[in-house]
Design a protein. Structure first.
Length: 263
């Protein structure tokens, strides 16, 4: 019997030492979706549920080398990009994407941690918009990130934010709904759709954005269309928040994408 190849999905993102977000959350979401997870670490954070106490960037040439190593041996079926921190990192990731061929790319434009720590230096925003956003198959900002990317104000509607993010060049924009009216907004240049789902205000949400974008990436690797992947990702992220580990730490608890309380 011929064995079926498991898709291999790469996270290019920062490490969260508290295990709630970043590559740690990405790997859990990949496992939840049944794909093999790989990483190219862009930055190390000293972080817990309360805040970020330190950030150490990874040299750009080593970011490229991490991507090259896995691409040459294992192959890359899809890429999720998270924390990029500064312009040299963005330049390195732009170069590294040349190693992954036509694999779909999902960008989660991480700018500020839930604790308020800055995860993308303000002067790097334009480089992100010019060099990474147009290369993305899907961009998945929350509302505040969408406003930062597009320059739209607080009065912009969810639909306007999705259209404006799409205008920056990605194939698809998905503005996540945690900071809007509860629905994600999907726009691919033609179809505008509100992706509904349950909200769990009582859950633990640290890592929810990472989980959403990683699940979406995994589903693309498994063959879903962007809309199908966005719907599944919404459901997985909502479930992870509902199952969140509220007893972990004294701040915002991490989501639980794997249902570990029930195992």
């Amino acid at each position: 019997m011929t064995e079926q190849r498991v898709p291999a999905v790469l996270s290019i993102a920062g490490s969260d030492s508290g295990g709630g977000a970043g590559i740690q959350a990405d790997l859990k979401a990949f496992a939840r979706c049944g794909v093999h997870g790989m990483t190219a670490i862009t930055a190390l954070t000293a972080q817990n549920t309360v805040g970020v106490t330190g950030i150490q960037g990874v040299p750009g040439d080593f970011i490229v080398e991490q991507v090259r190593a896995v691409a040459e041996d294992i192959g890359v079926d899809a890429v999720k990009i998270g924390m990029l921190f500064d312009e040299p990192t963005i330049e390195a990731v732009d170069e590294a994407l040349g190693q992954v061929g036509d694999a779909p790319v999902v960008l989660d434009p991480v700018m500020v941690a839930e604790s308020g720590a800055v995860l993308l230096q303000p002067e790097a925003r334009q480089a992100l918009i010019e060099r990474i956003v147009p290369r993305a198959t899907v961009v998945t900002p929350n509302a505040s990130e969408a406003r930062e990317l597009t320059g739209l104000g607080e009065d912009a509607s969810p639909d306007e934010l999705a259209r404006a993010v799409h205008a920056l060049g990605p194939r698809v924009a998905v503005v996540t709904g945690g900071h809007l009216d509860g629905a994600d907004r999907y726009f691919d240049g033609e179809m505008l759709e509100a992706i509904e789902g349950p909200r769990h205000a009582e859950g633990a949400s640290h890592g929810s954005g990472c989980t959403h974008s990683s699940a979406l990436t995994a589903r693309l690797a498994l063959g879903d269309t962007p809309l199908e992947a966005a719907r599944v990702a919404r459901a997985i992220a909502a479930e992870a928040v509902a199952n969140g580990l509220r007893e972990i730490g004294s701040g915002a608890g991490p989501v639980d994408a794997l249902g570990i309380i029930d195992t």
